[in-house]
Design a protein around this ligand. Structure first.
Ligand code: CP
Ligand code: NVA
Length: 304
């Protein structure tokens, strides 16, 4: 049966741990002769902008011996009304996998149901599981073990936060999210995260006070206040989320060796200051690099 990767729940916790281990091997000992995607073509259907996800997938596919084909909405018939199910079935006749960035989670679900090939969610308005893979890997690189590590996420309870909840709760981390009223993560992802955490020994909490959230945290994580598609709300979001800015004062309330994460792109001066972006304990660029290694491990798992 073909595998998809629409959320982290498409993996068991054991498979997730295995992917993180494989990412580490691929990062530490790159093997140019290892080509599990040889002769395979992977489509990248992106309805939203992307720097990291697009480039890391294209480069990763190339490094594994495969070919990537970027399909922008401008160029394919989907934007002119060709049904999703026809698109999925036709693309399955040419491609070995389809990586999709789109607005609604339902779109990736329909594509996965109709396609005979693996479908990968490269971000929807609800989730960003490829990002969470790299987040967990980056945390693991910088700590003895994932289990019991405390991480504070600050700001908007968005797609990145929803996937982080699932990932942390599968792997037994203690995640505290500080979000203002009205900006909580998705209720279903929170409830499911708490269920998963009760099995893994982790925990998921939502609080209002950012200083309380960062207290004792080894990792501080933030993302933009206005995600793609929410541009009309930018002014209100800047006002409501201002107390959650990741700045020097907040960093000084965390554990003294606390490290800083951001999925990027950042709006410097909004959710994070320049000073924190450039701080010696910012591991944001490693986190971005790790998109490449974790997605290579993912593609190998899906296609070999
Ligand atoms: N973090 C992330 O997904 O970045 P891009 O939007 O640049 O792909
Ligand atoms: N929350 C952001 C993440 C970008 C990678 C967005 O959806 O725009």
């Amino acid at each position: 049966m073909k595998k998809d990767f629409l959320t982290l729940l498409d993996l068991t916790p054991q498979e997730l741990a295995g992917l993180l281990q494989r990412s580490r091997e691929m990062k530490q000992s790159p093997d140019p002769g290892h080509c599990p995607l040889l002769g395979k073509s992977v489509g990248l259907l992106f309805e939203k902008a992307s720097t990291r996800t697009r480039v890391s997938f294209e480069v990763g596919i190339h490094q594994l011996g495969g070919q990537s084909i970027f399909l922008s909405p401008r160029d394919v018939h989907l934007s002119r009304g060709e049904p999703l199910h026809d698109t999925a079935r036709v693309l399955s006749r040419y491609l070995s996998a389809l990586v999709v960035r789109t607005f609604s989670q339902e779109t990736v679900q329909i594509l996965a149901k109709e396609a005979d090939i693996p479908v990968v969610n490269a971000l929807t308005g609800l989730t960003h599981p490829c990002q969470a893979l790299a987040d967990l890997f980056t945390i693991q690189e910088n700590t003895d073990q994932l289990k019991g590590t405390r991480i504070a996420y600050l700001g908007d309870g968005n797609n990145v936060a929803n996937s982080l909840i699932t990932g942390c709760s599968m792997m037994g981390l203690d995640l505290v999210l500080a979000c203002p009223d009205g900006y909580d993560p998705d209720k279903g992802y929170l409830e499911n995260g708490r269920r998963l955490a009760s099995r893994s020994g982790g925990s998921v909490q939502v609080v209002r006070d950012p200083t309380a959230a960062v207290s004792g945290a080894r990792f501080l994580y933030t993302d933009v206040w206005t995600s793609m598609g929410q541009e009309d709300e930018a002014r209100k979001r800047r006002r409501d989320l201002a107390p959650y800015q990741l700045n020097t004062e907040l960093l000084s309330s965390a554990s003294e060796d606390a490290m800083v994460l951001h999925c990027l792109p950042a709006h410097r001066g909004e959710e994070i200051t320049d000073e924190i972006m450039e701080h010696p304990r910012s591991i944001i660029l490693d986190q971005a690099e790790n998109r490449l290694h974790t997605q290579k491990a993912l593609m190998e798992w899906l296609l070999s």
